[in-house]
Design a protein around this ligand. Structure first.
Ligand code: GAL
Length: 675
């Protein structure tokens, strides 16, 4: 990377203001006041860069890049493919996406092109090439930002046009070789769905075939593969001239695209984070979600990532858009940094005057210049990043625990038509994650392909689908001393979504035999007694037999009363735990709390944290501890150590007091209290 600082800035659209040189001059002056050192240019600028096919107007962009550079502000330069100009969609309608109902979208909005279209790729290569060639003249540019939130505007992000159908069939031919193999993998003898000609294969659609799970799963894989190919295409166009690193901005756990696959094409991960703060009085559920998303972005490359977008105040696309309360902007920004971000970037620098995002939060509003609370809070973030960057920039979180979150599992699980149609992977996953958030212990979030042996404990909730080789990997992991926790409805199907026949693929490791699974209605919910405390079970209760392990809890009610609900099995040098039911949150807190105690893993302050307070730590030359309070009131944390606030130099011994929505950045000092 060409930079060695924390970046602070965001999406800047000077092309909306080219007839207002006074505003452009004011922008740069105010950016300096706000402590901004990096702007993202060119997102959605295609019609201003190429107003007609083959006619390029790059000078305005070059001028701005240079003026920013002179002011000490770098540029992240986006390729403009997120928004299509009218000449392109009018002359070449085939660049527009086709919906799953077969209708082609009309021009408009954004993120809605066909990623297979030859014409789209041809025009993309031209404009990207021009930008890349231009970039050689401008040292201010530090990073390529490919397109914008790929796949982000339509229900499943996919295009169903004829070109895509052909590409899908080719992809299937490469994968299966013969139709016989494909029919076997998709179990098409069921309902007479056998294919006898590749041409009969069509993408899943509600008006046609959508109940062959193997087809659905392969289609989703293909969509990721094709979108990734488009990303690779754009990267190649840039690479003809430029060797600068590339990124593309991801969005949370975005179901249509397997980011663990896509990330392989980018040099650095970036993503856009818009938590719904102040949705309810209790900010913890939102803080947990945001922390999980940040953790996943970091875990994909096990390196710092870039927070590419966040709002400095409110968004404008929810039904109700609360302003960030005083302090929340700093806390939310520091939360990203705490989990591994090396940037705080915003959407957007200045509110536009018209169209869909004119009221979306921005550093500058329509009338007040720097005289706003938002501007002041942004400037405070800028100052804080500048003060702490030396310590933070080279550091990164190093978790001892991993949770498996896998897109292929997600797709197959929620399509399974099993015990419930509304199984929600993310909801259940976040319950497990939350237990660690509440303890202030960092967790990596990886997919099934990840290396397990780097971790002391691996947790795989609702791990329905096992990729090829996964069960063997887990077996070796536990055998050589790892701790593995998994749950009901795991190890059910192989990579083709075909049910395993016979014993559970991890039966020996888990010490169980699974018989059947109940999805009890609300009035039939069960209970377990775990270490003398009662816990409610949730939406799934699996009836399993303990073949070899130790039953730690059993069901209390129903015909399966007495059958095991939590089983521990010693296997090789490690331990495996099977949670046969879904439980209420407090169970996970207690269960994992106990395991952490047994394993001697604690948070970086070795502190018992009050509700709403958490910790994340970046390891570096000196470790940086981010102590975050998501409560709108002062909170106290008892520690046994001595700590220095990195930005203020303030010293704390023993008890640390946090203000409402405060994040302290701390470093350990030698010695203990009263020494
Ligand atoms: C993002 C998008 C930005 C802006 C923002 C508003 O999803 O990348 O361009 O629209 O949302 O919150």
């Amino acid at each position: 990377m060409k930079w060695n600082k924390m970046l602070h800035g965001g999406d800047y659209n000077p092309e909306q203001w080219l007839d207002r040189p006074d505003i452009l001059a004011e922008d740069i002056a105010l950016m300096k006041k706000a402590g901004i050192n990096c702007m993202t240019l060119g997102v959605f600028s295609w019609s201003m860069l190429e107003p007609e096919e083959g006619v390029y107007r790059l000078q305005w962009l070059e001028d701005i890049i240079d003026r920013l550079y002179e002011a000490g502000i770098s540029t992240i330069l986006a390729t403009p493919t997120g928004g299509l100009p009218h000449w392109l969609t009018k002359d070449f309608p085939e660049v527009m996406q086709v919906r799953e109902d077969g209708g082609r979208n009309l021009p408009g909005k954004r993120h809605n092109f066909c990623y297979t279209s030859k014409k789209m790729r041809e025009r993309t290569k031209e404009i990207d090439g021009k930008l890349a060639e231009m970039s050689l003249r401008h040292p201010g540019i530090i990073l390529w930002h490919i397109s914008n939130e790929l796949g982000g505007n339509f229900a499943d992000g996919a295009c169903h046009c004829d070109e895509c159908q052909r590409a899908f069939r080719e992809w299937l031919k490469r994968k299966y070789g013969t139709l016989q193999e494909l029919n076997k993998a998709w179990w098409t003898t069921f309902w007479s769905r056998r294919y006898t000609d590749w041409e009969q294969i069509h993408s899943p659609t509600p008006g046609g075939e959508c109940l062959v799970h193997g087809l659905n799963l392969d289609w989703r894989r293909f969509v990721t593969c094709q979108m990734t190919d488009f990303l690779r295409w754009e990267k190649a166009a840039l690479r003809e001239y430029s060797s600068l690193p590339v990124t593309t901005n991801f969005m949370y756990f975005f179901k249509p695209l397997d980011y663990c696959e896509m990330q392989k094409e980018v040099d650095v991960i970036s993503w856009d984070s818009y938590p719904f703060w102040h949705k309810e009085k209790d900010e913890v559920p939102m803080a947990v979600k945001a922390a999980a998303y940040h953790s996943m972005m970091r875990s994909m490359k096990k390196k710092p990532f870039l927070l590419m977008e966040s709002t400095p105040s409110a968004v404008s696309w929810r039904n109700c858009n609360p302003l960030k309360r005083p302090g929340m902007h700093m806390l939310s920004s520091m939360q990203a940094v705490a989990y591994g971000s090396n940037t705080v970037q915003y959407f957007q620098w200045r509110k536009g005057r018209g169209a869909f995002e004119k009221f979306h939060g921005a550093v500058l509003d329509h009338k007040n210049g720097e005289n706003t609370r938002t501007f002041r809070e942004v400037a405070e973030v800028g100052l804080r990043l500048a003060k702490t960057q030396k310590q933070i920039v080279g550091s990164c979180n190093r978790a001892e625990i991993a949770m498996i979150f896998d897109w292929e599992n997600w797709w197959a699980l929620e399509d399974a038509a099993g015990p419930r149609l509304d199984i929600n992977y993310k909801r259940v996953f976040l319950k497990h994650y939350r237990a660690f958030w509440e303890m202030g212990i960092d967790v990596d979030i990886v997919n099934m392909d990840g290396e397990l042996k780097d971790y002391r404990m691996v947790i795989a909730p609702l791990n329905y689908l096992y990729k090829k080789g996964y069960a063997d990997k887990v077996e070796r992991y536990v055998e050589s001393g790892g701790v593995y926790v998994t749950t009901c409805f795991s190890g059910i199907v192989d990579e083709n979504d075909l049910c395993f026949i016979g014993e559970h693929p991890l039966g020996k490791v888990l010490g169980i035999r699974s018989e059947e699974i109940d999805a009890p209605g609300e009035e039939f919910r069960n209970l377990v007694d775990f270490h003398g405390k009662w816990y409610n079970t949730g939406e799934l209760c699996e009836i399993v037999h303990n073949e070899n392990g130790q039953t730690l809890a059993a069901y209390e009610k129903e015909y399966y009363a007495g059958s095991p609900a939590v089983i521990k099995n010693e296997f090789g040098r490690g331990n495996a735990y099977y949670l046969a039911a879904e439980f209420e949150q407090v169970f996970y807190n207690d269960f994992y709390g106990g395991l952490m105690e047994e394993m001697g893993i604690e948070n970086p302050l070795s502190a018992k944290l009050p509700y709403g307070v958490t910790i994340s730590e970046r390891k570096g030359e000196r470790d940086i501890i981010f102590l975050q309070n998501f409560r709108d009131e002062n909170m106290e944390v008892e520690t046994a150590g001595r700590y220095e606030e990195t930005d203020t130099g303030m010293l704390w011994e023993g008890k640390i007091t946090l203000g409402a929505f405060e994040c302290k950045i701390l470093q350990r000092m030698e010695g203990k209290v009263n020494e």
